[in-house]
Structure formats: structure tokens, C-alpha cells
Design a protein around this ligand. Structure first.
Ligand code: IPE
Ligand code: IPE
Ligand code: MG
Length: 247
């Protein structure tokens, strides 16, 4: 493991890693356990990956924790996920502060159950001065929703005469996204063998390196994170150019 870590080039660590944490249910099923225990085990991975990311100098870690589509799951699972979120945030605040982790959220959080929203807001408030790493939780998140919200806000500005349509640039559009101020992820990881984006950060991953692993999220540890980063570091990001043009 320390061997994997030593292979990482500290000068080329992604500033921002986004993760679609998938496979909790299948992990539990494989072990003959209820799905909820898979989600509980997934919290351990969140902890380990956040700490490992902070240690190697990742500045932003965005975790897909609950999609807008996830409301369609059996109600008992949704309730269990919301309780787990409350319990986890409450239980982790001390360690987040100890490790310099700032908590943030993206998504339609106003529509979360009041107790979840309250705890989330407390977590954000209590960690707001930390600056080692920012942990962005995507909660009730949908990329299409986010893009529509941005579009509506810009349309309002145009309607009021504060903005001309030709002035809408990538920078102006990005300013209206919930991730404004955060650099786009250089690396997106999805666990559990699925190879889809599931409505996650569609605008922001326009030029992101994608890494898919069959490992279920509860089994994803620091070693797996380092493997993903090494895979990223072995790729050539050409940005439309040819190899010979790169520095
Ligand atoms: C990801 O694991 C966690 C959430 C979506 C909240 P899943 O619950 O989707 O696990 P699988 O895909 O059913 O195995
Ligand atoms: C995506 O996982 C959302 C999260 C990880 C929170 P899902 O397991 O819900 O995704 P799909 O619906 O199978 O693509
Ligand atoms: Mg899944």
C-alpha cells in the first residue's frame, strides 16, 4: 500500500476528485445482509478516502451521496439513508475539524427532510473555516436540475436587462452552477462496475478523466484511491492537441 502511495507523483495529484459511490446494496446482498448495512459500511470508505485524499493534497472531493432519482427507492431505504446522513454528519464533525475538512453540499438540499437539512447546515457552518480539503456532498443532486436552475437565473437577468444574451459565456454560466468557485474535477471515479454518469456533474465533467472499477463502494479504500490516481497520472490529457504539442 505504501508502495502505491510512493508511486504517486505529488506534482500531478488531481485538485478535484469526484466519486459516484456505488454498489453498497450489492455488497450487502453478497454477504446476505440488508442493503442498509451496505450503506453503513460505505461510511467507513467515505472516512478513509477523505483522509487519504487530504493527505496527498487533493483540495476538493465531491461525493455523490443521494441523487434526485434515489427518491424512487423503497421508502424504508430512503428513510434509512436520511437517518444515516444525520448520524454520520453529527458523528464526524469533530474529526472533520481535526483534519481540516470543510463540508459543503450541492443539490436541491431545501427539499431534504427538515432534520437532515438542519444537521447538514450545522455541519457546513461548523466546518466553514477549514481549508485543507473541501468535502462536497451531492445530495438530492441532479445535473440536469442544476443546469436548468442556472439557465433560469440567467434568463431572469436577461429579462431584467442586466445581461445581454451574447454576454453569456462559459464563465458566466459556471457562476450560476452550485459548484461555482470549485475547479472542474480532473478525475471521476465510479465504483461497482457500472459505467454511466447517472445525472452527476454533467457540465463539470466535460473534460474529466473517467475511472471505473468493479470494487463495491464499501470495499473502496485508500489503496483503491491511490490506484485510481495512478491510472489518472498515466494518462495523457491532450485537450484537443497532439502529443508533440504538450509540454
Ligand atoms: C450507492 O449504492 C449508494 C446510493 C445510491 C445511496 P447503491 O445503493 O446504489 O448500491 P447498488 O447499486 O444497489 O449495489
Ligand atoms: C447513483 O447511484 C447515485 C449515487 C451514487 C448517490 P445509483 O445506484 O442510484 O445509480 P443508477 O440509478 O443505478 O444509475
Ligand atoms: Mg447503485
Amino acid at each position: 500500500m505504501s508502495d502505491l502511495k510512493s508511486q504517486i507523483n505529488p506534482g500531478k495529484v488531481p485538485k478535484h476528485i469526484a466519486i459516484i459511490m456505488d454498489g453498497n446494496g450489492r455488497w450487502a446482498k453478497q454477504k446476505g445482509m440488508p442493503r442498509v448495512l451496505g450503506h453503513r459500511s460505505g461510511v467507513k470508505s467515505v472516512r478513509e478516502v477523505t483522509e487519504a485524499a487530504a493527505q496527498i493534497g487533493v483540495k476538493y472531493l465531491t461525493l455523490y451521496a443521494f441523487s434526485t432519482e434515489n427518491w424512487n427507492r423503497p421508502p424504508a431505504e430512503v428513510t434509512a439513508l436520511m437517518s444515516l446522513l444525520v448520524e454520520t454528519i453529527k458523528g464526524e464533525i469533530r474529526d472533520l475539524n481535526k483534519n481540516g475538512v470543510r463540508l459543503m453540499a450541492i443539490g436541491d438540499i431545501e427539499a431534504l427532510p427538515p432534520s437532515t437539512l438542519k444537521t447538514l447546515r450545522e455541519g457546513i457552518e461548523k466546518t466553514k473555516d477549514n481549508d485543507r480539503v473541501t468535502l462536497v456532498l451531492a445530495l438530492n443532486y441532479s445535473a440536469k436540475w442544476e443546469i436548468l436552475c442556472a439557465t433560469r437565473r440567467l434568463a431572469e437577468q436577461v429579462k431584467m436587462g442586466a445581461l445581454q444574451p451574447f454576454e453569456i459565456s462559459e464563465a458566466i454560466f459556471e457562476h450560476e452552477l452550485s459548484t461555482h468557485g470549485i475547479p472542474d474535477p480532473e478525475l471521476l471515479i465510479r465504483t461497482s462496475g457500472e459505467a454511466r454518469l447517472s445525472n452527476f456533474l454533467l457540465w463539470q465533467v466535460a473534460y474529466t478523466e473517467l475511472y471505473f472499477t468493479p470494487v463495491f463502494w464499501p470495499d473502496f479504500d485508500r489503496k483503491e484511491l491511490f490506484k485510481a490516481i495512478l491510472s489518472y497520472q498515466n494518462r495523457e490529457r491532450r485537450f484537443g492537441m497532439i502529443s508533440e504539442q504538450l509540454p
